[in-house]
Design a protein around this ligand. Structure first.
Ligand SMILES: *Cc1c(COP(=O)(O)O)cnc(C)c1O
Length: 392
């Protein structure tokens, strides 16, 4: 057998330790729908005893994501928020964390309304500004939490630089890698300690499962996170593990197509007179363009854009035919979302404006449609929007 660790990422998605079932030869990981496992004797336990602690189907997924992220161990959770929240429990009362200011809304809520109540404090900073990050360090800073590219403005944080700062003060670096996945960015290889995913998005990829994953760099952290996963108990169900593994098989081709489509559409919108600004790290004028190039294999399949006027917002959404209008991203169908009323609705308007999330901002996640159809759809909808606003 060839050494599977030397395969490229694309090949590893299909050819890994669990590609065939040793018991039957099945080429799809069996769903072990069993909550408990028979033991040979009262003091002779097998590898599995109770499915919250370990289940062979979940274990296959956990080993696969660990391998893809280049980590030592992976953990599957009931949602991205379950993965993130459980990992936050590595911190203790009295600890402080530094966190990206435009972090995912659910993470913002967890940090500001739950962890704060447990005596874990935080400082939000613009992580693209390293001197601001340095200034925010306190004697009890135990974690740096990065989302890059960020949501919804696609700001790019230098993972290596932040994790070096973290190491200097003995803190952990967490990276939410949902937007790029290990196909494009592998944070553990450039200094991060824990990688987190909403696997609901690109990893599963079909808008049909809610799931979360975490991968850690070393054995010591693996022991601690395993203890928390088992103690907190927000594990991913067996059928969802299987769906996620099915989605992973096509991750590379999906992301390659979607990223190319996002690039074409971002270029098109960037030149459109009704579009004020496009935020996409694949555009040369994006402030994070070079950092993105240095730490990732590409800019990804998500971008955001601002229209010239708020009056165009409703006509655009009603005239677009292809993208679904929804929260979420990273699916086979393109998804358009309106952060001010969707993902960031919980944020007071003033906080939103401070973070640059205006009422003319849309986020777009490219799916698997023909990019020319997407461009034509936007061309038509924007033309209709002008007619609509002129007529008013
Ligand atoms: C969706 C998302 C989450 C939360 O994941 P769920 O699976 O919805 O719990 C966390 N981070 C990012 C960047 C996300 O897009």
């Amino acid at each position: 057998m060839s050494d599977q660790s030397c395969h490229t990422f694309q090949t590893k998605l299909l050819h890994h330790k669990h590609k065939t079932d040793p018991a039957t030869g099945a080429v799809s990981v069996p769903m072990h729908l069993s909550s408990t496992f028979h033991q040979d004797d009262i003091d002779q336990f097998g590898k599995y005893d109770y499915a919250r602690s370990a289940n062979p189907t979940r274990e296959a997924l956990e080993q696969q994501i660990a391998d893809l992220e280049g980590g030592c161990r992976g953990f599957a959770f009931a949602s991205g928020m379950a993965a993130i929240s459980t990992s936050f429990l590595l911190l203790s009362q009295g600890d402080h964390m530094i966190i990206s200011e435009d972090v995912y809304g659910g993470t913002f809520r967890m940090v500001t309304q739950v962890l704060s109540r447990l005596g874990i404090t935080h400082t939000f900073v613009d992580m693209t500004d390293l001197s601001a990050v340095e200034k925010a360090i306190q004697p009890n800073t135990k974690a740096f939490y990065i989302e890059t590219p960020s949501n919804p403005l696609l700001k790019v944080t230098d993972i290596q630089a932040v994790s070096e700062l973290a190491k200097e003060v003995g803190a952990l670096t967490f990276v939410d890698n949902t937007f790029l996945t290990p196909a494009l960015q592998q944070p553990l290889s450039i200094g991060a300690d824990i990688v987190l995913h909403s696997a609901t998005k690109f990893l599963a990829g079909h808008s049909d499962v809610v799931a979360g994953l975490a991968v850690v760099k070393d054995e010591e952290l693996a022991e601690r996170l395993y203890f928390l996963q088992n103690s907190f108990g927000a594990v991913l169900g067996v059928q969802d593990c299987w769906l996620l593994m099915r989605g992973l098989k096509t991750l590379y081709v999906r992301l390659r197509h979607s990223a190319e489509a996002a690039g074409k559409l971002a270029d098109y919108l960037n030149g459109h007179p009704l579009v004020k600004k496009v935020h996409y790290p694949g555009l040369k004028e994006h402030p994070g363009y070079f950092v993105q190039r240095s730490q990732a294999e590409g800019p990804g399949a998500v971008f955001s854009f601002e229209l010239e006027s708020e009056q165009l917002v409703r006509p655009l959404t009603s005239n677009l035919q292809i993208p679904v209008l929804a929260v979420s991203l990273g699916a086979v169908e393109s998804i358009l979302s309106y952060p001010a009323k969707m993902s960031h609705a919980a944020m007071p308007e003033e906080e939103r404006r401070k973070r640059g999330i205006s009422n003319t901002l849309f986020r777009f996640s490219a799916g698997l449609e023909d990019p020319e159809d997407l461009i034509a759809d936007f061309e038509f909808a924007l033309a209709q929007s002008t007619i609509h606003t002129l007529a008013r």
